[in-house]
Design a protein around this ligand. Structure first.
Ligand code: 0O2
Length: 185
């Protein structure tokens, strides 16, 4: 877990540098980070029917270390993506664009699975981490949906439908705000 924590610090520094460099355009609103708890890791491994051993954990669980980058506008999400892709300090190994192709739930966000080099007593090791990049509106929806449905198996079809409807409102709000921003620039 120490190694995963160090990878989060490394990623936060990369994002800080980005914010300083692009402070004139308010690229990022805020950044959150989290280390997945051992209980959640085991729960996820069981759900995905992985064998409960360290090999499977290291190879298959990509989001033990995670950071979330919240941007004001959707176009900023793709600028941040580009900057991360070009950053020589990290290697992007997988991308999932749930903005272009939202999940059935309505979930929208851009995910990058990256490898981050971390210095340890035993030398450099490459640690996998997940970067979620999304707008403030997407984050608002996802945080509440996470609490109301994603982690709750007793959700009714009606609630799911209402959450999907709210996701459409969230998408429209992002669009309207982008239009407004472009008009005022
Ligand atoms: P938690 O509690 O947030 O950590 P896979 O590629 O399928 O092998 P994975 O990790 O299931 O692996 O991929 P996926 O579907 O891209 O999900 C990664 C993370 O995205 C999830 O982590 C959630 O944080 C978030 N996420 C995905 N789908 C939804 C959704 O419908 N609603 C919300 N609110 N969040 C979602 P965890 O570990 O599942 O959960």
């Amino acid at each position: 877990m120490t190694i995963y924590s160090l990878s989060i610090e490394e990623l936060k520094n990369i994002v800080k540098d980005m914010e300083v460099k692009y402070q004139n355009i308010n690229l990022i609103d805020h950044v959150k980070s989290r280390l997945k708890s051992p209980k959640s890791i085991i729960k996820k491994m069981k759900k995905k029917k992985y064998n409960l051993n360290y090999k499977e954990l290291i190879e298959k669980i990509n989001d033990i270390a995670g950071i979330r980058i919240i941007c004001p506008f959707q176009e900023n999400v793709y600028i941040v993506r580009e900057l991360l892709m070009q950053n020589p300090k990290i290697q992007v190994i997988e991308e999932k664009d749930y903005i272009q192709k939202p999940k059935k739930s309505g979930y929208a966000s851009l995910h990058l699975i990256v490898e981050v080099p971390v210095e340890t007593d035993m030398g450099k090791v490459y640690v996998k981490a997940e970067i979620q990049i999304r707008t403030m509106a997407m984050d608002f929806w996802a945080s509440l949906e996470h609490e109301l449905k994603y982690k709750n198996s007793n959700v009714t079809k009606q609630t799911s439908k209402k959450l999907l409807k709210a996701a459409k409102v969230m998408k429209k709000l992002d669009y309207e705000m982008s239009v407004l921003a472009n008009e005022t620039r």
